[in-house]
Design a protein. Structure first.
Lengths: 300, 729
């Protein structure tokens, strides 16, 4: 488990990360969401042992991260702009990384290269941006570390490749308990892969919740009340958002599907329906509760 | 078996990515050693201008010089030190590389030492391989000797330790900065800031402090230097073969010093590497807390340089000095902002630092200009001084040639300056306390624009902490003899001011004879005569009062000629001056019928056409033609000339003295030009002026009248000139 306790970091006068406390559980996919400049990269760099926090502590499996000691051997960091040796090939990268990560999976690496159509002896500088990203991810996966930190890694990948990578992630999670930590400024990128999501804004964590829990605990209801007075009965429910268009009310409220259905069965409604909520909508609701306008924060 | 995740594996992996610097280094050393040797030795072997017997000596000397006194090689070593340092650690300036390398489970210290080790390894291998190849080439031409092997070994050690120091300075520069171009500038700043700062201080001291004038630049810079400046100072040794041939000093000491410097710089580099924030890439300075102090240090240096430049260019104008400060501090601020932020708009930022720098510049300038802190009159405290050297006018002899232990050759008073160690500080400080207060002195020169009342004496203080400080203290000219007589008679003083006083001088330098020259005539002396005169001279020197030495024109000089010099040099003559009061010497000269003073013979008078005395008002020359402000009187009667010549000396004699008397005989107050014009045959004219002289059958001898013996006749004649009285002191 990765634990962050009151972690802060300033660059000149800018507070990039401000007292962040988070936990990232093993065997889950942690999604870190935030706008550009929210502090995602800084936070991940601190976890990876690249940047030293000004305050607070970071623990990886109870071992404190110390910049001087180098990164934790269980962590591999894929930055948003990966580095490859000048004039280097995929083979050169494999040779080098094998010396740094003793458990580097050489054979699977070459197998993946073949599957992804990346030539092992071709200069990486001649690869497209997307191909370079693929190579960086494959290097990270084959390093066989427990935690794989991906900073904006899926940007620049085509949808097919993205799905392929996600499948490999799932495979590694199942086979060897890989814990990916994925940062993105795009909520939709993470919707189908994350188990847990942390929302970062201006260096602070607005929200950190289990996605399933969030999904189960928030419902969206569309209904038409028989009489206006019926609406007053909603006061007993924990309403997050209420919109009215003519007679049609759209209500986002906290509670399980069963609880909501039971509650509404007591109301006199002409029409009632529980609608599915996207991650985006869940976020909108959750962040609005804590006083943020999520649309301005992360949605493209 | 090499462990997968080990230092060696890291090193090997890193080496793969540094091959270009290795080959660059290899090529440089190849050109310096085997390549150059092959061409050079082949050229020497086939040269028809070199005697075959001498050929091998020539070749061996060339090879030895190539391995040791090779400034190009030194330059390459310095260049490679900078290159390897920057190339090894420049990854820190690239965000992608920092993310890549620093996210790996490798300790910072291990990464530092991997890069460090590889830099040294690549340099070392490229150097040693080519150095050995060079030895093979030398052997191929039959120039390989044990001596060459020893010199090559010493050179290898020297270049390695030199490389180490420069390499570490370069690494420090990379670590302090976040951009490779700025790193290069930082190397320059680290190596030369102190030199520039000390140079500027020296200029200020020399310009504004009367006691600090004529300081020896190298001494002021080297003896007060920081470790980095010491490094710069070592280059002065390298050209001397003596340096390479001696084992312990100065070579051994230099190696130890350089190693120590390397160790200090290396430790600093390691510390900075551990502390450097990874996010320092792309920034001009990676450590934020040093950014502003560094800016101020640079701006003040710019400022004080510009201030003094404009101050003097504008004829010592304070207003222009201040304008110079404003201009240069602002210009420096613009340059630094452009380097720091690469944005001209950024000029508006950090004005506080620029303002502080401007104020500090003004404080610096005014504190020197008006001697606010009374630094001008301050001399090192007696309890902090080990010994003192005092250079008294009239004492140092011209022909002295000394060789120091480190091979440095010194002439005249430079030796005295370095070797004199007066330890009776009570006597010395008693004399020094009688110096004129610099403020008083300044007031006087401001009023009369002349320093004739005072005479400057150079004092060198060797302090207990190993540093040296020199001062020029001013004393009333009339009291010099009285003040410095006790010092003149100190044995510690005499033994380093006159080389001929050295024990066994005649034998050591195989003196075979010499000459006595009174300014007009030279007389050859045999060994026995010169031995007698040598003995008598030293009796006279000891018995003489200092007043006599500094205030009289020598009547002649005794020249010792020898062949047995300790070190090869073209100097083989030592000259000592004979003063009118040197009774023992004069007695021997008289006994041996040697013309002890210049006398104009009857024959000479018969040849004389006229004696011409001119007086020029030099203050008017420039605004008026010299002929208009020059009064010339010509004496043509033989008796008249004869009478006048009894008071005259050849001008030549004044060239032998120094200090006050030299000043007096050339002073503008006594603007007498005395010329004795004689008839001469073409042979005589050619003998005097050289074979290309096309004279008119006459020669001119320049004479002087000693101030105290100026003939009444001339004084009277000159009083009638348009310039008023002849000023005679």
């Amino acid at each position: 488990m990765i634990t962050l306790q009151h972690v802060s970091k300033c660059f000149d006068d800018l507070k990039a990360v401000d007292g962040v406390s988070l936990s990232m559980q093993e065997g889950t996919v942690f999604g870190l969401i935030g706008t550009n400049g929210a502090g995602k990269t800084t936070l991940l760099s601190m976890i990876a042992g690249i940047i030293k926090p000004d305050g607070g502590e970071i623990f990886i499996d109870e071992k404190r991260v110390e910049v001087r000691q180098g990164s934790n051997p269980d962590v591999y960091f894929i930055p948003d702009e990966p580095y490859f040796f000048r004039n280097g090939t995929a083979k050169d990268m494999e040779k080098y990384l094998s010396t740094v990560y003793p458990d580097f999976a050489t054979e699977p690496f070459y197998e993946y290269l073949e599957k992804f159509g990346l030539e092992k002896n071709r200069k990486i500088s001649t690869f497209s941006k997307g191909m370079q990203k693929q190579l960086a991810i494959l290097c990270g996966l084959c390093a066989n570390t427990k935690y794989l930190i991906c900073d904006e890694t899926f940007d620049g990948l085509d949808p097919v490749m993205r799905q392929g990578i996600k499948a490999i992630f799932a495979n590694h999670m199942e086979l060897r308990g890989l814990t990916p930590i994925i940062a993105s400024h795009n909520l939709r990128e993470l919707e189908d892969i994350c188990d847990h999501v942390g929302l970062l804004h201006r260096g602070g964590v607005i929200l950190s919740k289990d996605l399933l829990e969030m999904k189960c605990n928030i419902q969206k209801v569309q209904c038409v009340f028989q009489r206006e007075e019926e609406q007053k009965k909603l006061q007993d429910l924990e309403i997050l958002k209420l919109e009215k268009r003519g007679m049609l009310s759209t209500i986002t409220l906290r509670g399980s599907r069963e609880e909501i259905q039971t509650a509404f069965s007591a109301f006199d409604t002409v029409f009632f329906e529980v609608l599915p909520l996207s991650l985006e909508e869940i976020f909108i609701s959750e962040t609005e509760v804590v006083g943020y306008d999520i649309k301005k924060l992360i949605l493209n | 078996m090499i462990l997968k995740n080990s230092f060696l594996t890291d090193a090997i992996e890193n080496l793969k990515r540094r091959s270009w610097v290795f080959w660059g280094s290899f090529l440089m050393f190849f050109c310096c050693y085997p390549g150059f040797l092959l061409l050079h030795l082949n050229g020497l072997k086939n040269s028809i201008s070199i005697d075959k017997g001498e050929q091998m000596n020539h070749m061996m000397n060339s090879v030895e010089a190539l391995y040791t006194e090779n400034l190009i090689l030194t330059f390459f070593v310095i260049l490679l030190g900078v290159l390897f340092g920057i190339q090894g650690y420049a990854y820190l300036h690239d965000k992608r590389q920092v993310n890549f390398y620093h996210s790996q489970p490798i300790k910072r210290s291990r990464r530092f030492f991997t890069l460090w080790f590889n830099g040294i390894l690549l340099f070392g291998v490229s150097y040693v391989v080519n150095m050995v190849l060079g030895l093979f080439v030398a052997a191929g031409y039959g120039c390989f000797t044990g001596q060459l092997m020893m010199l090559a070994g010493k050179a290898t050690l020297f270049y390695l330790v030199l490389f180490l120091s420069i390499y570490h300075v370069s690494i420090i520069a990379v670590l302090l900065t976040g951009h490779t171009l700025v790193s290069l500038l930082a190397v320059g700043v680290l190596l030369f800031y102190e030199l520039a700062a000390r140079g500027i201080c020296l200029v200020y001291e020399n310009s504004f402090f009367v006691t600090r004038r004529y300081q020896h630049g190298d001494e002021a810079v080297y003896s007060f230097s920081s470790p980095i400046m010491k490094l710069v100072g070592y280059f002065k040794y390298q050209h001397s073969r003596y340096f390479w041939e001696k084992e312990l000093f100065p070579y051994g000491k230099t190696i130890l010093d350089l190693l120590l410097l390397g160790l200090i710089f290396g430790t600093v580099a390691w510390y900075l590497y551990e502390k450097r924030p990874s996010e320092g890439y792309g920034k001009s300075i990676s450590f934020l807390n040093i950014k502003e102090p560094l800016r101020i240090l640079l701006l003040v240096l710019f400022g004080v340089s510009g201030t003094i430049l404009l101050y003097f260019l504008a004829g010592q104008s304070l207003i222009f000095g201040v304008l110079g400060a404003v201009f240069t501090v602002f210009l420096g601020h613009v340059v630094i902002q452009l380097i720091y932020e690469v944005d001209l708009k950024a000029v508006r930022k950090n004005l506080l630092s620029a303002g502080i720098s401007f104020l500090l510049t003004l404080v610096f300038f005014f504190s020197f200009r008006f001697d606010v802190f009374g630094m001008d009159g301050r001399i090192p405290a007696k309890n902090r001084v080990e010994n003192v050297a005092i250079l008294l006018p009239g004492v140092e002899t011209h022909g002295n040639h000394w060789v120091l232990e480190d091979g440095t050759e010194l002439w005249g008073n430079l030796y005295s300056r370095n070797q004199m160690k007066l330890t009776d500080l009570d006597v010395v400080y008693d004399a020094l306390e009688q110096a004129v207060d610099p403020k008083e002195f300044r007031k006087n020169i401001e009023v009369s624009s002349t320093t004739e009342k005072y005479y400057s004496i150079e004092i060198l203080f060797q302090k207990k902490n190993g540093k040296k400080e020199s001062r020029n203290l001013y004393f009333e000219e009339t009291k010099l003899g009285e003040i410095f007589n006790p010092i003149y008679h100190m044995e510690e003083f005499q033994k380093v001011t006159d080389q001929t006083a050295m024990e066994g001088f005649l034998e050591k330098y195989q003196i075979g004879g010499g000459e006595y020259f009174n300014g007009l005539e030279k007389v050859k002396l045999d060994l026995s005569t010169i031995k007698e005169l040598h003995k008598a001279y030293h009796v006279d020197v000891k018995e003489a009062e200092y007043t006599e030495i500094y205030s009289q024109i020598p009547i002649g000089k005794l020249i010792f000629e020898g062949t047995g010099l300790m070190f090869p040099t073209y100097i083989n003559r030592w000259e000592v001056m004979i003063y009118p009061g040197f009774a023992h010497t004069i007695k021997i000269l008289q006994e041996k019928n040697i013309p002890w003073r210049a006398e104009f013979s009857e024959e000479s008078l018969d040849q004389t056409l006229y004696l011409e005395v001119s007086l020029t008002d030099w203050e008017q020359v420039g605004s008026r033609d010299k002929s208009e402000v020059t009064k010339t009187i010509r004496y043509e009667k033989k008796e008249e000339i004869k009478a006048l010549l009894t008071h005259a000396l050849p001008r030549e004699n004044t060239m032998w003295c120094n200090g006050i008397i030299l000043y007096k005989t050339h002073t503008d107050d006594l603007n007498l030009e005395v010329k004795l014009v004689k008839k001469a045959s073409p042979e005589e004219a050619v003998a005097m002026y050289g074979e290309y002289y096309e004279g008119e059958g006459r020669i001119t001898e320049e004479l002087i009248f000693r101030a105290e013996e100026l003939p009444e006749r001339i004084l009277k004649d000159m009083e009638r000139t348009a310039f008023g009285e002849v000023k005679v002191r």
